[in-house]
Design a protein around this ligand. Sequence first.
Ligand code: SIN
Length: 416
Amino acid sequence: MKSIPRETDFIVVGAGVAGLRAAIELAEAGRVLVLAKRELSESATQYAQGGIAVALSDEDDIGLHLQDTLDAGDGLCNPEAARILVEEGPERIQELIDWGTAFDRHGTKLTFTREGAHSRSRVLHAHGDSTGREIGRALYSKARTLSNITFSDFEFSTDLSLHDEHVAGIELIDQSGGTHHASASAVLLATGGIGQVYSETTNPPIATGDGVAMAFRAGAEISDMEFVQFHPTALYVRNAPRFLISEALRGERAQLRNMEMLRFMPKYHEMAELAPRDVVARAIVHEMEIIPARDPVVYLDLTHLSAERIKSRFPRIYDTCMKYNIDITTDMIPIRPAAHYAMGGVRTDLQGKTNLPGLFAAGEVAATGVHGANRLASNSLLEGVVFGARAGAAMRESLRAAKDRTRSNCITPAPI
Ligand code: SIN
């Protein structure tokens, strides 16, 4: 049976984009233990299709990305967090490219798509609709080259442990049901979201809100939990999981039609299908309510695109729908909104620090206020790399400061 270090410098709970990026940042400062509840590859990152938003195209600038982020957040963003996200985004993306992330290109030029509530085409994608998987792959490969990082899968973190009001480690249940403890000078929660609290969600089965629950029990401040984003378009097949149908399809001019096959979004918003996510999700629910049915749905119509374009641009969505005998090159896709992303979580500052010394949080589990009441499409992978790197840097600094304190406490006082 594998054994994990009982004592390390840093523990990172979660192996999605935020956790991996933080681990890479931490590796030069000490020993890092990355824990995953299931397989290392099983995180919300792996399910992120549409892409990662960044102001890098010739027609774009950072100010526009900032304004779109603030507008989508409905006046409730922390403007400083949003500014950091868009300003540090380009550098983090360059780093991902340097570490081998294969974003889609035309020739040598990166290709950008449009998604809801963006005023420009600024969403990078990879393998068409597997952007999260590709970024996760590149970060994991990079992390594997760093000898200070140890990975351990099938480790279910159940509680934080405290010593003198300082978070000092984590309690775990391993695959065989045994409980144990790992201690560290700092712990990062990068545990993702809470989607499984809802009956319909795009989130993977592991998204059960463990990070928020652990932090709350330990006394951490939690904020903005009322802001849960519903993705407008999750595949609806009875008794099947709600597979995400990326907003990027609407970026390619897919249209929403009600049960009478009538297009309805133009009557709800001037941006029609590319209105902010909350607007589109509410419009769909309204359309489902006014046309009674046993299994209410609306349809996404992509049939204006050529079959080749659909298969090359959205291979994962095409293959998944085919499993349910839905050929998206000819058939309309039955969809419903589903719980997708928690804007709230463990309250942190802009360095990922919580109110509990030794406890940090980054990615979906954290509430920096960057998304306000409603996250702009494809800002979540960006949040993971930007705030994961920041949290890693702050944890490094906390270890250095603790070592300095220990050294100064050990200095023998001069004889009087
Ligand atoms: C999508 O591809 O529609 C999801 C992207 C996101 O949640 O930002």
